[in-house]
Design a protein around this ligand. Structure first.
Ligand SMILES: C[S@@+](CC[C@H](N)C(=O)[O-])C[C@H]1O[C@@H](n2cnc3c(N)ncnc32)[C@H](O)[C@@H]1O
Length: 243
């Protein structure tokens, strides 16, 4: 994978899931879609994400974010587990918020190699009711807050489960800072959101994280793709600490 560039790796589509569908008895990670749509969302997108969200260019962003994690980690939008190999030995346990059954299945070899407990705790980051207040040392999000449907609730839950002194480490694509790219993001969003399982290219994630009660410290923020691809290519990473 290391030969690929970020502009070919990204944008990466991924599935929209709604834990409430599974609660209604349609299967654990079932999106509620039917026919081709269901095949796309549940079978194709998790595999595409698995293949595309890895490699040297992606790891340049992913590794520094994961490297700072400690203790009990909540990995939001775990996908097929590419963060695992970047967690240091200071990470003792990984709790997973991930709706896709297929992504979880694909993460099997990575979980085995990790040799520490990795537990799928919830299907929806907006519902962390299985976790006690202050029970998590680090929350990690890697290109997932763009697609979690109830992102404000997910961030409120992250805030609740973080222990005092804990932090959220994030790497995401976000609303672009210049009007040209942001305009493209708003134009492509209606179509993009449908084909990419609910991904938002036009979410201002540092602002959203800040509004949820965190102090945001950006470590990197720059375009990773040229021209029109900048609509998908404004990457941000950093740390957010409870205010
Ligand atoms: C682009 S993928 C990123 C996966 C992984 N973090 C990575 O870096 O490759 C976005 C992930 O968010 C997950 N996701 C979607 N809705 C979610 C929700 N409500 N709660 C938690 N994760 C969700 C998707 O299933 C998908 O695995």
């Amino acid at each position: 994978m290391s030969g690929r560039t970020l502009s070919t790796l990204y944008p990466a589509p991924y599935p929209r899931r709604d834990a409430r569908h599974s609660a209604a008895g349609r299967g654990r990670g079932h999106t509620g879609a039917v026919g081709v749509r269901r095949w796309w969302d549940e079978r194709a997108l998790p595999r595409l994400t698995h293949r595309s969200c890895q490699g040297a260019d992606v790891d340049r962003w992913r590794a520094p974010v994961c490297r700072a994690a400690t203790g009990v980690v909540l990995d939001v939008g775990f996908g097929s587990g590419p963060n695992l190999e970047h967690y240091p030995s200071a990470v003792t346990r990984v709790l997973v918020a991930e709706p896709s059954d297929l992504a979880w299945e694909l993460s099997g070899p990575r979980r085995t190699a990790f040799e520490r407990p990795v537990e799928r705790t919830t299907l929806d980051a907006a519902d962390l009711s299985a976790l006690a207040d202050g029970s998590v040392d680090t929350v990690v999000t890697a290109w997932s807050l763009c697609t979690v449907p109830e992102v404000d609730r997910a961030l409120a839950e992250a805030l609740r489960v973080l222990r005092p002194g804990g932090s959220l480490r994030f790497v995401e694509h976000s609303l672009a800072p210049d009007a040209g790219a942001a305009g493209w993001q708003r134009r492509v969003q209606p179509v993009w959101g449908r084909v990419a399982g609910g991904c938002h290219v036009d979410r201002d994630l540092p602002a959203t994280i800040g509004a949820a009660g965190f102090v945001v410290e950006l470590e990197q923020a720059r375009y990773i793709a040229p021209g029109p691809f900048r609509a998908w290519g404004w990457f941000v990473s950093g740390t957010a600490r409870p205010r």
